[in-house]
Design a protein around this ligand. Structure first.
Ligand code: MRU
Length: 358
């Protein structure tokens, strides 16, 4: 997608051909700053510190992080240590482990001298595939929006989104945003209710993306959704996810579950957009998904630019804080999963589309 009018991905190789570039998402949407990762440690710090975010993108950064590690030391011990260090950066999104195991499977059988180049090549393949997969999610989801547009005789289709399931959270296109971008480009009238997604305000990234693509949208506080459902102003929900368990339970940013409950109460379809890399058949149900508990400081203060554009923090409370970063939406609240293999209804359809490789 475009940033400041220039076609870009959210991760790239620097002109030197080995360092890795990303946007510093702690600064967006206020400042566009790029970070250059030159070591595995840089990649790990970027993921753990949320300079880079979103399940597919942290997988891509981890894959390149492994390549950086092997460039420095291609030994067996360094490989094992780098995989574990990168995997430990965040617990919930399964794409992280998926990407690391994918690169490890390619490099492990190779002589140490060949490992770094092979890891870079696999990381690049993974990124290209992510772009194609998200585009396919868009193609699969577009008819759902088109059908609602027809039913509404051309009135805007109101889509509620939570967190940032956009191109900044993937390599390009986004998961839940891909059908919306395609619908907008095809001339369908859409309007997106963008949940702010406290405490890290990932909704501000979604709004920034939608604005950049000219998609009509409104930024709302997380608690406003119920009101708009009640007024008939939400036609569908599309969210992304960080992990879908074998039974179809969906783990996504904290607050997603409440939106699924509201959607069910109002008879509004609740769709989950995911690449197969987010499907985790090894985890039986949502109860078994590790939920990241982040620092209370994220809730106890808000951050934004001052009049001079400098990012500053202001306290909200001095009380004890709990800060679970994700929640689980039970499978029975999910209308369908929008995937690169099409729109799938129920966990059996997911299992059939994405069988476990022997
Ligand atoms: O904690 P974050 O910012 O990494 O969480 C991002 C999300 O929860 C996204 O909605 C998610 O990764 C799925 S869609 C790309």
């Amino acid at each position: 997608m475009k940033l400041d009018g220039v076609q870009t991905r959210s991760i790239w190789l620097e002109p030197d051909g080995w360092r890795v570039g990303i946007f510093d998402q702690r600064k967006l949407p206020w400042q566009t700053q790029r970070l250059v990762l030159g070591t595995m440690g840089d990649a790990a710090v970027a993921i753990a510190g949320m300079a880079t975010r979103g399940a597919p993108l942290i997988g891509a950064v981890a894959a390149y992080g492994l390549a950086l590690a092997l460039r420095a030391d291609p030994s067996e011990a360094a490989l094992a240590q780098a995989v574990e260090a990168l995997a430990a950066t965040r617990p919930t999104a399964v794409n992280l482990r998926w990407a690391l195991e994918r690169v490890r499977a390619v490099v492990s059988p190779l002589a140490p001298g060949k490992r770094a180049a092979a890891a870079y090549a696999e990381a690049a393949r993974l990124c290209d595939e992510d772009v194609a997969v998200n585009r396919a999610i868009g193609d699969a989801g577009l008819p759902l929006i088109a059908a609602l547009a027809e039913r509404k005789s051309g009135a805007p289709v109101n889509i509620l989104m939570h967190c940032n399931p956009g191109w900044l959270a993937t390599v390009d296109w986004g998961t839940a945003t891909a059908p919306v971008y395609l619908a907008h480009d095809a001339g369908f009238r859409v309007h997106v209710w963008v949940d702010e997604t406290r405490p890290r305000n990932q909704g501000a990234l979604t709004a920034f993306e939608l604005a950049g693509h000219g998609v009509p949208h409104s930024y709302i506080v997380d608690n406003a959704g119920g009101h708009y459902f009640q007024r008939g102003a939400v036609d569908m929900v599309i969210v992304g996810t960080d992990r879908v368990a074998a039974n179809g339970d969906v783990c996504n940013k904290i607050g997603t579950y409440l939106k699924a409950l509201a959607a069910r109460a109002h008879g509004v379809p609740f769709y989950v957009a995911l690449p197969s890399s987010t499907y985790d058949p090894a985890t039986p149900s949502g109860d078994a998904i590790p939920i990241e508990e982040r620092s209370g400081s994220e809730v106890a203060a808000i951050t934004g630019p001052d009049d001079a554009g400098l990012l500053v923090s202001a306290a909200v409370t001095r009380s004890p804080v709990r800060n679970p970063a994700f929640d689980v939406t039970p499978a029975d609240l999910v209308t369908a999963y929008i995937t690169e293999a099409g729109v799938l209804v129920g966990p059996q359809a997911l299992a059939a589309a994405f069988p476990v490789k022997a």
